[in-house]
Design a protein around this ligand. Structure first.
Ligand code: HEM
Ligand code: HEM
Length: 124
């Protein structure tokens, strides 16, 4: 078991690779119509997931809890629905997945907020 921080960091780097590849594709094709997909893949995927990883790395006792596992599971599921959902919404196909994905994404942040608020952190 490599732990929650490893999972968060590894997923974050994969989202960064996908987001940057998409950025290069947008730049090369001069087609920026899916800019919002690129922005949120990088910011909710790479940046937010890396911050979760940093927190769980810094507070390993909290990383092993069920609340932490639930938080990361909800955040990951949310992202995997949210990102393609934004593309479907921008392309005017359907808004359903973007709505569901965004609600799961904010639920994930709420669970993280509870995890942070109830953690016993040593004073620096
Ligand atoms: C290889 C790396 C990257 C490339 C080639 C790239 C390329 C692009 C391109 C072509 C746009 C569209 C610009 C426009 O239409 O105004 C864009 C927008 C954006 N990118 Fe990237 N990007 C890269 C990495 C990143 C990363 C790592 C992040 C965040 C951590 C990021 C965040 C954003 C944001 C927030 C926007 C929207 C900016 C706005 O609202 O105008 N990008 N990127
Ligand atoms: C539940 C989560 C979120 C929802 C529903 C959401 C929704 C949106 C919407 C509707 C836009 C306007 C898009 C447009 O004008 O076409 C937007 C833009 C933007 N959001 Fe988010 N957002 C979320 C999370 C975040 C987070 C966590 C970040 C940063 C860490 C972020 C950064 C940005 C940026 C930089 C833009 C401007 C670039 C763009 O148009 O894509 N968002 N967001």
């Amino acid at each position: 078991m490599r732990g929650m921080a490893y999972f968060c960091f590894l997923s974050a780097t994969i989202y960064a690779l996908a987001g940057m590849a998409m950025g290069i594709f947008m730049a090369a094709s001069h087609d920026h119509s899916l800019l919002t997909v690129h922005a949120h893949l990088n910011l909710v995927g790479w940046v937010s997931m890396a911050i979760y990883g940093l927190f769980y790395h810094g507070v390993p006792t909290v990383a092993a809890t069920r609340l932490a596992r639930t938080h990361v599971a909800v955040a990951t599921t949310g992202l995997w629905i949210f990102i393609p959902g934004i593309a479907l919404a921008v392309l005017d196909i359907t808004e359903g997945p973007a709505i569901l994905g965004s609600l799961l994404t904010i639920l994930g942040m709420l669970l993280f907020t509870v995890r942070v608020a109830t953690a016993r952190l040593k004073p620096a």
